[in-house]
Design a protein around this ligand. Structure first.
Ligand code: ZN
Ligand code: MN
Length: 484
């Protein structure tokens, strides 16, 4: 058995569905969830004699992806036929781009647990999606609605080294494609999915080992798990003196491991041929200018700006910008609030939890969130009340300030009122008091908890703590006098 240190060499191929209303080579609609085979025509069904016509909007979106990923946009690119026989592919070939892709030589900066990494983007090419096979217990059905939907395939260089890095890359890529308006990136609907190429080599070596490909992984978590499993599997094979076979595998989420699908086709098995029914795609500077001019602020730049403009932490800004709609919402609300830092905490820490990570499922108007945050930062309500109000804000529309006033939720900061409550607490909790006086700190927290409870969660916690200490020390003095 050898005891080398191994390094994983990982490259990702991400397929993202272009956000066009119609398919890439015909006028059929692309709506998700339509009844099977209702969005098809002779072109996307591959009937003889039907001719493809390239969707201009699809090209624009692919160019946007290229610009967002700092690629060179080819002045001339070409379409090819990638041939294989499978029932989901009605023409028996997929129109794709082989030697002359639309975009090349880009990069994506990814922040990983071990620092920022730059991942090279080898190429982005355009292609069409295939149909969908539905396997029942007795037969296989086919839905051609997705056949001919426009895709881009984004191919990274083998620059990634771990499952964590790969999932960070995927998250960053998703944030960019969403921001640039290229794709919806709905992984659960299959509009973003990735193939993973992975091999191992001894640390310090330049040459690459035999790689396997894990196909069609449709969640970031699965990608990370699949990679970590595959690294272990290959390592065990190598250390046992066996060889890693070049093969295609898939990730079985229920088993938590990758399983073999088939031996790998070599590239020439696809017998690429030029797609003679489509002309060379020419992109001029005049085509590019308006697209370049309409590019939005991308997540990297936005993160830096959010930190500077609102004073929030880098980590919070990263989460916000990875989801452009969330960052939009934050900014809308932050502009109306006196405390954007607390707002970020409340939004990311609490609100997302009440609405299962999707603030747009049960929208809380940005202005109402700002109002709630301001009540909290000016000390009118405490954190407990804020959380309680926040969960109600997701259920119905109301003004946090009005509700806090009309329902008597405003924080109790009147010293005499608080002292009165504390006296009750101390009288009721002689055991905890005695414990505290004998030096048990935990007893103090239980007294604080009692104060919160009898104030209905409304006691100002800072003032409450101060007065609690004050009354306890007075008691200790009295007790001391008696003991003397
Ligand atoms: Zn069609
Ligand atoms: Mn592809």
């Amino acid at each position: 058995m050898s005891h080398f240190e191994y390094e994983a060499v990982i490259g990702l191929e991400v397929h993202a569905e272009l956000k066009t209303a119609s398919k890439i080579f015909c006028a059929c609609r692309t709506d998700f969830g339509a009844p099977p085979n209702t969005q098809c025509c002779p072109i996307c069904m591959g009937l003889p004699g039907a001719l493809p016509r390239l969707n201009r909007h699809a090209v624009e979106l692919a160019i946007r992806a290229g610009l967002a990923l700092e690629c060179e946009i080819a002045q001339r690119s070409k379409f090819d036929r990638k041939q294989y026989f499978y029932p989901d592919l009605p023409k028996a070939y997929q129109i794709s781009q082989n030697k002359y892709p639309l975009c090349q030589n880009g990069r994506l900066r990814v922040s990983t647990p071990t620092g920022t990494r730059e991942v090279r983007i080898t190429r982005i090419h355009m292609e069409e999606d295939a149909g969908k096979l539905i396997h029942t217990s007795s037969e296989t059905l086919i839905d051609y609605n997705r056949s001919g939907v426009g895709l881009i395939e984004i191919v990274s260089a083998p620059d990634l080294r771990s499952g964590e890095e790969a999932s960070a890359y995927l998250r960053a890529l998703r944030g960019i494609l969403l921001t640039a308006g290229v794709s919806d990136c709905r992984m659960q609907e299959g509009s973003m999915r990735c193939d993973i190429n992975l091999s191992l080599r001894k640390k310090g070596e330049e040459s690459l080992g035999v790689r396997t490909e894990i196909k069609n992984v449709n969640s970031f978590a699965f990608a990370e798990k699949a990679i970590n499993y595959e690294i272990l599997r290959q390592k065990e094979l190598i250390e046992a003196g066996e060889t890693v076979e070049s093969e295609t595998r898939r990730f079985d989420a229920s088993l938590g491991r990758t399983v073999r699908m088939r031996k790998k086709e070599r590239a020439e098995d696809y017998r690429f041929l030029a797609e003679c029914n489509l002309p060379v795609l020419r992109i001029t500077q005049e085509d590019l200018e308006p697209i370049r001019a309409s590019m939005p602020e991308l997540p990297d730049a936005r993160r830096v700006r959010l930190c500077k403009e609102y004073g929030i932490a880098e980590a919070d800004a990263s989460i916000l910008t990875s989801e452009p709609a969330l960052a939009d919402y934050y900014e809308q609300s932050a502009k109306q609030s006196a405390d954007p830092v607390r707002l970020a905490h409340l939004l990311l820490g609490e609100l997302l939890r009440y609405c299962e990570g999707d603030p747009f499922r049960s929208p809380v108007a940005a202005s109402r969130l700002a109002e709630l945050v301001d009540l909290l930062s000016e000390g009118s309500i405490n954190g407990t009340t804020a959380k309680r109000l926040l969960s109600r804000l997701t259920e119905s529309d109301f003004s946090p300030r009005e509700i806090a006033q009309s329902e008597g939720l405003m924080q109790i900061r009147d010293r005499d009122a608080l002292r009165e409550m504390i006296r009750t607490v101390l009288a009721e909790s002689s055991k905890a008091v005695a414990d505290y006086q004998s030096g048990k700190q935990a007893a103090f927290r239980s007294l604080q908890g009692r104060l919160m409870a009898i104030s209905g969660g409304r006691a100002d916690p800072v003032l409450g703590e101060e007065l609690l200490l004050e009354l306890l020390s007075q008691q200790a003095c009295k007790k001391g006098e008696r003991d003397v």
